[in-house]
Every structure is written in structure tokens, then in C-alpha cells.
Ligand binder design. Sequence first.
Ligand code: PAF
Length: 287
Amino acid sequence: MVDVIHDPAAMRDRVRRSRVAGRRVGFVPTMGALHAGHASLVDRAAAECDDVVVSIFVNPAQFAPHEDFNRYPRTLAADCHLLETHRATWVYAPEVAAVYPPDDATTVTVAGPAAGFEGTIRPGHFTGVATVVCKLLLAVPADVAYFGAKDWQQTLVVKRMVRDLGLPVTIAVCPTVRDADGLALSSRNAYLSVAERQRAVALAEALALAATMWDAGAAVAAIETAMRAALDHRGLAVDYAAVVDAESLGPIVEAAPAVALVAGRLGTTRLIDNRELPPRGGGRRAC
Ligand code: PAF
């Protein structure tokens, strides 16, 4: 049985003792409702580390009042069951009051990569993410923390926060896990009706189209128009469809990696996805 720890001080103590004993500790932060995408992060952590902590915490600070905090799936027992078949050492499942004491007055706000895209559509979201990830890393002072590439902008925000605050952890970004038709695994896929699930493939279709057009040398504007059309064709309400520099999320830089980003809504469910695009011209970003 995986050991579930609720208290931040107890969690920190376990991790510290493990590291003092010379063990390498990996950390997979999640909001629960675990699926094969999370499992792949745990597997990677287990392959690289001696002990693995998985946090399960539905973070109220990263949801706006009109968003899905209340209906977000909470499946702790099933999550622990799944983790038993992977090599997680501890589950860290703090209470909200342990993370956010009633008189809490401190947040972490990251500029730069938090601007635009999710940062525009969901104001305050990345402050909620950065604040909780910072607090989780204080309770779980691991060697490496593992994040999924599906939330591309989130990985940039977390990496920037870790760099700027000098947090002593390495951030590892792991590939997106997909269903057979290409839909990226997400806990929010559970909200989709059968008909919506079929239409959700539009995100992967738009990204595949972007990759093909990118490789053929198409202009960014033409690719973005084609991605929007692909999403629209399946009835998604498009929040954005863009090709940008993979690190700055600004205009593409010649010979640097790019990323195609898509976000759209199917009924009341909002889905995001992305695909990395190789540098054009085969070059490397200037240092
Ligand atoms: O990606 C998520 O599941 C969440 O944003 C995270 C990183 C666990 C913070 O709540």
C-alpha cells in the first residue's frame, strides 16, 4: 500500500531523511484523477530516482470562480490504487488549510512566460500554479520534479520560477501521452460526452496539420488559419491556435524550436494541447 501523508512537515521530514541517506527523490505534482499520462511521469521518476512522491491536491488558487474547481474529479482511493501498480513511495495529499492558512498573504507571480495564451484567458491562473508549486516544492524538497509537456506554458512558468527563485530542484518535462486517435490524456477528458469525445480529436488533427505545413515551409499566419479551420470544422470554440517560439511564446525565431499551441471548448469542457516544431533551417538558438 502506498503511504499517504497529509501533513507538510511530516512530508518534508520523510524527503529530507531519504536524501540524507543518499537517496535520490523524484516528485510528480498532480491534482489527482490520475491517468496513464500521470503514470508515465511516475514511471520516469521511478526509473531515475530511489523514492517517488506524488502529490494529489486540487489547488483552489488556480481556478477562477466560474471554472470547474467544484466538479474537478476527486478520486484519491482510485489514484492510490493506480499508484500501487507503479513505483510511488509516498502520496502527499495535504488539506487546503495546510497549504493556504486562513491568513495567508503570500503569492508567487511569474511574468514573462505567464503572459498570453492561458495567462490571458485565465487571469490569475499561473499565479495560482506558481504559488502552489512553490509551496509543494517546500514540502517535497526533491531532487527532480516531473511535469507533462501537455501543459507547455505551465512548464515554462515553473522553470522560470525555479530559476528566478533559485529553488534547488531540477525540472524534467516529459512527453504527452495520447489516446490512439491522438487526443492528449487529461483528467478533464472525463467531462466529455461520447459525441464530444469524438470531436475532441480536432486538437490533435489541428496540430498534425500544423506540423505538416511547418515542415513544408508554410507561413505562420497560414498555419494558424488552417489550425483554426480544423478546430472549427469539428465544432470547437477556439480560444487560440498559434505558432510561436517554444521558449518565449513570442514570434518565432529563425533556427530556434517553435511550438504550435491550441485551446478550445467543447460544451462546458475546455481542452488544450501543443506540438513542438523543429527549428527551421536546422540551426540552433543563439546563446
Ligand atoms: O498540472 C497540474 O496538474 C497542476 O497545474 C499542478 C502542477 C499539479 C499544480 O496544481
